[in-house]
Design a protein around this ligand. Sequence first.
Ligand code: GTP
Ligand code: MG
Length: 170
Amino acid sequence: GNKNINAKLVLLGDVGAGKSSLVLRFVKGQFVEFQESTIGAAFFSQTLAVNDATVKFEIWDTAGQERYHSLAPMYYRGAAAAIIVYDTTNQASFKRAKKWVQELQAQGKDFYFYIGKMGLLSINLFLFLLLKEAQTFAQENGLFFLETSAKTAANVNETFYEIAKRLPRS
Ligand code: GTP
Ligand code: MG
């Protein structure tokens, strides 16, 4: 029969990485060029039908600013999955994403990690190398990696669909 699954999701990543934009694209189908920096965290919910189940995502969009770092455990505790977002044009943002992965691993979290990213049409050698580095890092750590664009909507629904498919069915 049809199952209802509730899943807590958390988005982590550097300031300006694109967490809120990704969530707003998924939940409201919108993109704004000047998204305000998140204070503390914001909550959203959205349902998605996958195969035999209806998944209700309870999404915590955290603030990337360092002063909110200590709040993060409140949001990732009990989460079924974490989406770790970085900005592909920004090496510092990629480094911050790696740190989030390490923090979650240190907590013994066995939930899935995802690294979203802003889609880019123009590519240069620096960005290409950063992308390769990110792909390798994801592979080595067993993370699911997708390139997304909140602007064009590329791979946004797919990201949440891939998470929904991997949730444990009780
Ligand atoms: P904090 O809330 O400060 O932690 O940042 P955030 O991770 O929520 O970033 P936010 O979604 O606010 O994005 C910052 C800016 O990046 C936005 O104003 C967008 O203009 C831009 N941006 C976000 N996602 C994309 C994307 O997929 N493509 C492009 N081109 N720009 C994006
Ligand atoms: Mg935000």
